[in-house]
Design a protein around this ligand. Structure first.
Ligand code: NAD
Length: 719
């Protein structure tokens, strides 16, 4: 767990050896303690260098150990002892120095860093704080404003930035370890007192309170309801106002509160869920680690609308040449200008040159003969998509993969009109496609494992979090969205306003409330889907009572909004009003208020006061309930996949863990009881009827999320 060597006859070289990132597990802490003791007691040793094996200094604590009781030496006294030692200790930082690894570097008397290394204190992103002295030493070293920024955001910094901030002593392009040994030899004769960071006085700005207040407001705005960054601010305040010995106690108290919080559990769950999400398996046994993806060098996008443009940008910026196809000259020209603008802005932001030479724009599908992969992004219209797929099947070489960006149509039906159903797969991006991280890879029953592997790996290359899902209307994300949206509109009927519902959801932590989100996505998309599925238009049975469709409760308010040409931000009007078409500043619209009042009086609905608790329970428990059904149906392989989809595609707050984790945190019994209650009150809403899997899990004693899979008897797994 740590190798000890004597080099240059007088330098103890301690190499952490815990792959992959040399995390500070109990065994590693133990090995460091023993090695340091040896080094400090051996008269031959004049200085110490600490480095990590395989070019990685240290990635921090071993998060897997968080669940159990503390074993091995605690980190704070261990680090304090390194700093207090009488022999100079130099950290040789290569790869990463993160979290506890960064705190280890801070107790060393000197820090030498390889120019490619990254440093940071990401604890806040896991719902905790740097509790091995990080909140006390960093402000002493670089001052309050810079330390606050790094600790409250968890941002990683480059070696160059670390040098500029005064965190490290030297950046090198050579072997950091060899240089650190030379450095250590030179440091032997120098006094150490000024190198012990905990002994320094924190440089304190005169307006400390105002500064801390401003940062608190900023944090509250950015991360609504999140505890960890606020606790970080309090810890940094202690570094400014208390001696180290007291400050470190304050840090530890704050950590104790955070460590046992639901938010920390949720954030740590998200960390692991994201890692498992890429690991897909098919009933055939083919899976992520035994299926080889194809290499994709060229791609084509059909349709340069909202989605097509973002997909082109995402492909071109990772070096894939793209042919973009539109149906009309004018639309092609508009799309082209938009894509070029987006790529240029993106390149400027990243400090690289825009890869415009990779792009080609055309009106003819004939130009797609040789591409490796096509992504179709035309209107959400099955007949149109089928025509496009038939045409592609004729034009493209037999090995070309054909993908669709449909939001929820049957991927297998599209596969069925081609000459290569095994090469057809859904690649469901989210809007705006060059920004949003999520990609649902929709596996049709005939998609080959190579096709799925290729779509997953292409997603990864494009910087997406890719999740494999089964083929059913709406797949995972949009299928679950339906009951969530339904509840929101039923609540409107019953007396709530879009602002009230959005506020309750945003206070819960959603990036955007449901109505604001719908305005951003465009209300016409859902309208088109409802028309296609016969919920509006000539197919509606005239004998249906007005607020019922296909045997269940139906709220026609969204259709009434669309009938007025209010499609959301793009038309400057939707559930809210905006300054102009394309505007983003949502203001409550009295016309919507009138529409709701007229609607309620037309149907004799007596509006009632609706509590925020009811809004959260009805929206979120209906959402999770559909998630349980999706698991039962084998459309998602595990609850973690559903949660990752909601975290990265739908703005679910990370500190809530995602809808499935949230349900488990609330307690499955409680969720079941509330769903039963609401279903009784609204028997014509099947989505409120508790799913069999939820009932089964409660009957089995509500096991933790990670154990649900054992209880899912998949009737017909699609994954
Ligand atoms: P859009 O209306 O903005 O763009 C569709 C584009 O396709 C238009 O520019 C149109 O001219 C073009 N087009 C139509 N027929 C064509 C043809 N035969 N050949 C070439 N181009 C053609 O629509 P969008 O929002 O970009 O959606 C595209 C697809 O992506 C839909 O299937 C939609 O469901 C899906 N999707 C949309 C979103 C979203 O938030 N907008 C999110 C995920 C998926």
């Amino acid at each position: 767990m740590a190798r000890y060597e004597l080099v240059k006859r007088s330098v103890a070289l301690i190499t952490l050896t815990n792959p992959p990132v040399n995390a500070l597990s109990s065994a590693v802490r133990h090995a460091i303690a023993k090695s340091m003791e040896h080094a400090l007691n051996d008269p031959k040793v004049k200085a110490v260098v600490i480095c990590g094996e395989n070019g990685r200094f240290c990635g921090g604590a071993d998060i897997r150990e968080f669940a159990g009781p503390l074993r091995g030496p605690p980190l704070v006294p261990l680090l304090d002892a390194i700093e207090a030692g009488e022999k100079p200790v130099v950290a040789a930082i290569e790869g990463v120095a993160l979290g506890g690894g960064f705190e280890l570097a801070l107790v060393c008397h000197y820090r030498i860093v390889h120019f490619k290394a990254r440093l940071g204190l990401p604890e806040v992103t896991l719902g905790i704080l740097p509790a091995a002295g990080g909140t006390q030493r960093l402000p002493r070293l670089i001052g309050i404003p810079a330390a606050l920024e790094l600790i409250t955001t968890g941002r990683h910094i480059s070696a160059q930035e670390a040098l500029k901030l005064g965190i490290v002593d030297q950046v090198t392009e050579q072997n950091a370890c060899e240089l650190a040994v030379e450095f250590a030899l030179r440091a032997v004769a120098k006094p150490l007192s000024s190198r012990r960071v905990s002994m320094l006085t924190t440089p304190c700005p005169p307006d400390l309170d105002a500064l801390l207040e401003a940062v608190t407001m900023q944090v509250k705005r950015k991360a609504r309801g999140v505890m960890a960054p606020l606790a970080c601010i309090q810890a940094v305040r202690a570094a400014a106002t208390m001696p180290y010995s007291k400050g470190i106690k304050r840090e530890s108290e704050l950590m104790a509160t955070l460590f046992n919080s639901g938010q920390a559990r949720a954030l740590q769950y998200c960390f692991f869920a994201q890692r498992t999400a890429g690991k897909w398996t098919l009933p055939s046994g083919a899976q992520w680690n035994n299926s080889k993806p194809r290499e994709i060098r060229s791609a084509a996008i059909i349709g340069l609308g909202t989605m097509g443009r973002g997909i082109v940008v995402s492909l071109a910026r990772v070096g894939i040449s793209v042919i973009a196809v539109e149906s009309e000259k004018k639309l092609l020209e508009t799309g082209k200008q938009m894509v070029i603008g987006m790529l240029e802005r993106d390149a400027k932001r990243r400090g690289v040159s825009a890869s415009l030479n990779l792009l080609k724009f055309t009106l003819s599908l004939q130009d797609l003969k040789d591409v490796d992969l096509v992504i179709e992004a035309v209107f959400e219209d099955m007949a149109l998509k089928k025509r496009v797929f038939q045409e592609l099947s004729k034009v493209c070489r037999p090995a070309t993969l054909l993908c669709t960006n449909t939001s929820g149509l049957d991927v297998d039906a599209l596969a069925g009109v081609t000459d290569r159903p095994h090469l057809v797969v859904g690649m469901h991006f989210f809007s705006p496609a060059h920004v949003m991280k999520l990609l649902e890879v929709v596996c049709g029953p005939r998609s080959s494992s190579e096709t799925i592997a290729t779509a997953m790996s292409l997603g990864k290359r494009m910087g997406k979090v890719s999740v494999a899902v089964g083929n059913c209307p709406g797949f995972v994300g949009n299928r679950m969205l339906k009951p969530y949206l339904d509840q929101a509109t039923f609540l409107l009927e019953e007396g709530a306003t879009p602002e009230q519902i959005d506020k309750a959801l945003e206070d819960f932590g959603f990036a955007m409330g449901v109505f604001r989100m719908s305005d951003l996505a465009g209300l016409d998309v859902g309208w088109r889907v409802r028309k296609e599925s016969g919920l509006i238009g000539p197919d509606v049975d005239p004998k249906n009572p007005p607020r019922r469709r296909q045997g269940r409760r139906y709220c026609p308010i969204p259709d009434m909004v669309c009938e007025q040409g209010r499609f959301g931000q793009k038309t400057g009007r939707g559930w809210y009003m905006y300054d102009k078409p394309g505007g983003t500043n949502a203001k409550p619209d009295p016309l919507i208020q009138n529409l709701l009042e007229m609607y309620r009086s037309r149907y004799g609905i007596q509006p009632r006061n609706i509590s925020d608790q009811e809004i959260i329970e009805r929206c979120l428990f209906a959402l999770a309930n559909e998630g349980f059904r999706i698991l039962e149906d084998g459309i998602a392989a595990r609850p973690e996949d559903i949660d990752v989809i909601y975290l990265f595609g739908y703005g679910f707050p990370r500190h809530g863990g995602g809808p499935m984790f949230y349900a488990s945190m609330v307690g499955l019994e409680r969720v079941l009881e509330r769903l039963e209650h609401y279903h009784q009150a609204h028997p014509d809403v099947p989505h409120l009827e508790p799913s069999p899997l939820l009932k089964k899990l409660v009957a089995c004693g509500s096991p933790p999320v990670q154990k649900w899979r054992e209880h899912i008897k998949t009737m017909h797994s699609h994954l």
